[in-house]
Design a protein around this ligand. Structure first.
Ligand code: COA
Length: 253
């Protein structure tokens, strides 16, 4: 028998965690949450130490600003989890701290384009500098802590190509991404965020596919919500719920 101990954590009670839409005022907390929740090594590869500012708050601030135009793009859904004031863990000094996040690109957008907003060229394609009144120099500064080639060409662009191959212009929900702060993980927060998305997708007719790339440890969570591994490119990561007819779920004869 294994000796690994899984820490038991108190599950949140119904109503203790509130799921709502991200606003501009949440973006700093959201950016900080990304850096806290995703593995440090992953961020180190796309924002290497020799490029990024020593002051971590500048790093989060730049990322928060880079996300601003995402919120006004149509056919997207940006959700956050926060603690309700009735929660014994609610901190009145940080009432709006984002403890979890799920972002989705929706079928009205994904039928026409396979463009992860993390890509730098999303800004060119969608005209964000103009919309935001940013100069090119200002945008370069926002990206100056990142290895743009690694970030775009080696990370997000190849995955968009994989997604395009499976989805083939079928409008779908694309999860980009999902996280919960480490101290609140395994307490049901991701489930609330995912349920918000799957219930909305299920109300659409026909029910659209939902697509994500899952890290290995996170796969069981998505299986709870009906996502399946699939045969083909990136099979170690790609999971699809209600896949299009041309996609073969893993293990299906
Ligand atoms: C993955 C992540 C979002 C899960 O969030 P969470 O709030 O801990 O998930 P939940 O508590 O809602 O768990 C959902 C289900 O998955 C299971 N689960 C959660 N974490 C798990 C893990 N590491 N391994 C196996 N199962 C896990 C839980 O048992 C739970 O099932 P249950 O409700 O029947 O008990 C969170 O661990 C995280 O942010 N990780 C870092 C970032 C990341 O990897 N994001 C996903 C990228 S694909």
């Amino acid at each position: 028998m294994g000796t690994e101990q899984v820490e038991q954590r108190r599950r949140f009670e119904p109503g203790e965690v509130v799921i709502s839409e991200v606003t501009k005022d949440d973006l700093q907390s959201l950016a900080e949450g990304y850096y806290e929740s995703f593995p440090k090594g992953w961020f180190d590869s796309i924002e290497p130490a020799h490029l990024r500012p020593e002051d971590e708050s500048i790093r989060a601030k730049r990322f928060a600003i880079r996300m601003t135009p995402w919120l006004s793009e149509p056919h997207t859904r940006w959700t956050k989890a926060t603690l309700h004031p009735s929660s014994p863990e609610y901190d009145p000094s940080a009432p709006n701290r984002v403890i979890g996040h799920a972002g989705w690109l929706l079928p009205g957008r994904t039928a026409a384009e396979t463009l992860n907003f993390w890509r730098k060229d999303a800004s060119d394609d969608l005209g964000w500098c103009e919309k935001m009144g940013w100069t090119e120099k200002y945008e370069d500064e926002l990206w100056s802590g990142t290895d743009v080639n690694k970030y775009q060409e080696q990370t997000f662009l190849p995955w968009d190509r994989v997604r395009a191959g499976y989805m083939n212009s079928t409008g779908h929900w694309f999860l980009a991404p999902l996280w919960v702060l480490p101290e609140h993980q395994r307490r049901g927060v991701a489930s609330l965020l995912l349920r918000d998305g799957t219930e909305r997708a299920d109300q659409q007719d026909p029910v659209p596919p939902m697509y994500l790339e899952a890290m290995k440890d996170a796969r069981p969570i998505y299986e709870h919500f009906g996502f399946q591994g699939v045969e083909g490119d990136g099979a170690d990561f790609v999971m699809i719920r209600t896949p299009p007819a041309n996609v073969k779920p893993l293990g299906q004869k």
